[in-house]
Design a protein around this ligand. Structure first.
Ligand SMILES: [Zn+2]
Length: 509
């Protein structure tokens, strides 16, 4: 990912960026931008530095007010994502501002103001000078919460590269926050350099994973007590990449083997041979590999994250001989709560909602992640299939609207919607899946032509202009002797009017 750039190239690029910014019309400062200006004025730290940190943290979209998630594996407060890293910026912000930690987690603007005070304190301690952005380098590194030099350096680089380029960034409620380009920053801070992120003591088990050096003290158990790996447990962090990684690297009492970012970035903290503390159930911890995902249980996860996660799980299931099914590739919300049932009980096989509300699952902390995880499309990528309790009998579009899924009989059927219009949601009714006339090579592995092999009811035919344009899929069965499989798929997802419907699963944690 890191590239070495020539100094001349960087200077030219920065000059061009500055020129481009100079010609942009000024943007009126909105309420989010004002909160940065106010926090900067009250703390004495540069406003643009606060915005650049919030941008790098993916924190600009943090809602103004929110209910702190008691389930969060990572507590991350406000646009700066105050957290329990090597430096506990959340605790420090609370002490400096007088606001409680829960208040800061609930109120983005208070968390921003309090976080600016932490940065100001670090700036004073590290000799930063007002008006000299570059002099904040060490304060920014401390603020990151990373314990190791390569990740501190990488973080500093990303913040200063953002400052050098400047730009307009979208934040909460579509508000724009603008930062001027800072071509005066020294290349030593802004040029991408190879920090040796992967050339550290230890080595990832999965090729290409970035190694995050993590002490096992108070965070994990060396070895697995002689047990084999039999499960993969899927989690989400409820925070951004840096907040999540710095927390999982440093916060005592929790750990995990892997983390996957929204853009498919993958890192490892704990060797697969050791027991990470992630499931709230030591029996399962000893027998599982835990994978955290950067995101929120109530927000759709992006394609790049699903793709990387599925590749990792496919690798793990092959490596350890784990069945790629929903009894072995499980969510945290399926892990037995040892306070209610035996730790070694089988994973919850009910619907995610029923697992969550029973009180018997989610480990000892009764966690409900990963929330809106799309098992129906995820499992075929892993080489398996979701269970019918993961979906309903109502045809539902995938998050990327490239496929549709539903329960037919007792199996989850996934259809690639590769025709014009792809998959169209229809409120509470069946989605419409447009399928091209010829089978698509892009069909996800494991997708099944519905109606062909699973005893589905005879498809109802609902002709529409768009379906006719999808390669003749509106032709009624029998009129041409044989209906192409792809056409049957399209028609099935449209119809099945007489199918018994299960209650629609509420899509939130
Ligand atoms: Zn979890």
């Amino acid at each position: 990912m890191m590239r070495r750039l020539s100094l001349a190239g960087v200077a030219a690029a920065l000059g061009a960026a500055a020129a481009a910014c100079a010609t942009e019309a000024p943007v009126a400062e909105g309420e989010l931008a004002s909160s940065f200006t106010t926090s900067a004025r009250e703390s004495g730290v540069p406003r643009d530095l606060l915005v650049a940190i919030a941008h790098v943290e993916d924190g600009l979209g943090t809602p103004r007010l929110r209910e702190p998630n008691p389930d969060a594996h990572v507590v991350a407060a406000g646009p700066l994502m105050l957290r329990r890293g090597k430096l506990d910026t959340l605790a420090r912000a609370s002490a400096l501002s007088g606001a409680g930690e829960l208040e800061l987690r609930a109120d983005a603007d208070r968390a921003l103001a309090a976080g600016a005070l932490v940065l100001a304190e670090l700036a004073g301690r590290t000799g930063a000078r007002p008006g000299d952005l570059a002099s904040y380098r060490d304060a920014v590194a401390d603020m990151s919460g990373y314990a190791d030099a390569p990740h501190r350096d990488d973080y500093v680089h990303r913040v200063y590269a953002t400052l050098a380029r400047g730009g307009s960034f979208e934040g909460r409620d579509g508000q724009i926050v603008t930062v001027a380009a800072h071509p005066e920053l020294p290349p030593s801070l802004t040029i991408a350099v190879e920090h040796g992120l992967r050339v550290l003591a230890g080595a990832p088990d999965y090729p290409g994973a970035e190694w995050i050096p993590t002490s096992c003290t108070d965070k994990c158990t060396v070895g697995r007590g002689g047990n084999k790996v039999e499960y993969v447990v899927i989690h989400d962090t409820e925070g951004g990449w840096d907040a999540s990684v710095a927390t999982l690297q440093n916060d005592p009492g929790k750990s995990v083997q892997y983390i996957v970012g929204k853009d498919g970035r993958l890192a490892q903290f704990v060797p697969e041979a050791d027991t990470a503390w992630h499931a709230g159930n030591f029996w399962y911890n000893q027998r599982s590999v835990g994978i955290e995902h950067v995101g929120y249980a109530t927000q759709a996860y992006p394609e790049a994250l699903y793709a990387k996660s599925a590749a990792l799980v496919a690798h793990l299931t092959k490596k350890y001989g784990i069945a790629p099914d929903r009894a072995h590739v499980v969510g945290h919300d399926q892990i037995p709560n040892g306070n209610k049932i035996a730790q070694s009980s089988p994973p919850c096989a009910l619907s995610p909602k029923e697992c969550r509300t029973s009180g018997k699952y989610g480990g000892a902390g009764v966690h409900s992640d990963p929330g809106v995880w799309e098992w129906a499309t995820y499992m075929p990528r892993v080489g398996g299939r979701a269970k019918c309790t993961d979906v309903t009998t109502v045809a539902t579009c995938s998050v990327d609207q490239k496929s549709a899924f539903r329960c037919v009989g007792d199996e989850v059927v996934v259809t690639a919607c590769d025709g014009p219009g792809a998959c169209e949601p229809r409120g509470a009714g069946d989605a419409v899946c447009h399928v091209s006339a010829s089978p698509s090579p892009s069909s996800p592995p494991g997708s099944v032509p519905p109606g062909s092999a699973h005893g589905a009811a005879p498809p109802a035919v609902e002709a529409s202009p768009s379906e006719e344009s999808d390669g003749g899929c509106a032709i009624a069965p029998g009129t041409s002797g044989r209906v192409p499989v792809a056409c049957a798929a399209a028609i099935l997802v449209v119809g099945l009017a007489g199918a018994r419907r299960r209650p629609r699963r509420r899509r939130r944690a």
